[in-house]
Design a protein around this ligand. Sequence first.
Ligand code: SIN
Ligand code: MN
Length: 266
Amino acid sequence: MKLTSDQLRQFTADGFLFMPGLFHSDEIAALKARLPALLGQDGPETLRERGSDAVRSLIAPHLRDDIYRRLSQHPRLVEPARQILGGEVYPHQFKINAKEAQDGEIWHWHQDYRTWYEDDGMPEPEVITAAVFLDEVTEFNGPMMFIPGSHVDGRIDSDQGFERVPDYGRLSADAIGSPYCKETLNAMIRDKGIVAPKGPAGSTIFFDGCTVHGSVPNMSPWDRAMVFSSLNRVENHIRKPTRPDFLALQDFTPLVSLSDDCLTAV
Ligand code: SIN
Ligand code: MN
């Protein structure tokens, strides 16, 4: 699947591109069918919400589940990433955020690339993420929010007073908040605004590693599960990972994309 020049222009200008209904309902059904079993697993790859058993993130399910492996190689994700980044890509991180009804917690405003630069030694922000909706996303169940154009100046250093959280603590809801102070965020948001893409399950957001984003807690009775596939240019592979390798993947082999019907032709 090739992005049009208008779509590429929009990605470049905004730092994200929303594609409603990119995956069809039978493809999403195949992915969702595996969710209860995957979310029921315990182990270091299962991160929970603060003070509850609800799963916050399930890291690297593509390494132990065949349908998620196929999604990680899906041409509708891999080809736009190659096109945007201008080269071969490999998964730097692959995860499911469950954002469960009533239990799904906040994700503070952040840039992914700042973490990947500091914690994993990723040289350049030549990395994008595809977020695939496994549920319908509405204004009620904690949609992702983006500050359009916040990627243009690249990596933004954390503001003074932000303490580094060792290991993968910053992926948990106990992480101490945004690396940016209120004044920095307010100035950016007043200038550029906020966009929260919403749409049916199967919709997908491609976003730049430097686009500032976050989400509010899910106070609704509706889950908001999303798969996040972060694709890095092969030459931009990480140099100094300090985290477990399921969080900063270290197989830099270029992804081979599968056929377009790989999720349903089993
Ligand atoms: C993330 O930024 O990694 C997750 C955001 C979300 O799930 O809303
Ligand atoms: Mn993020």
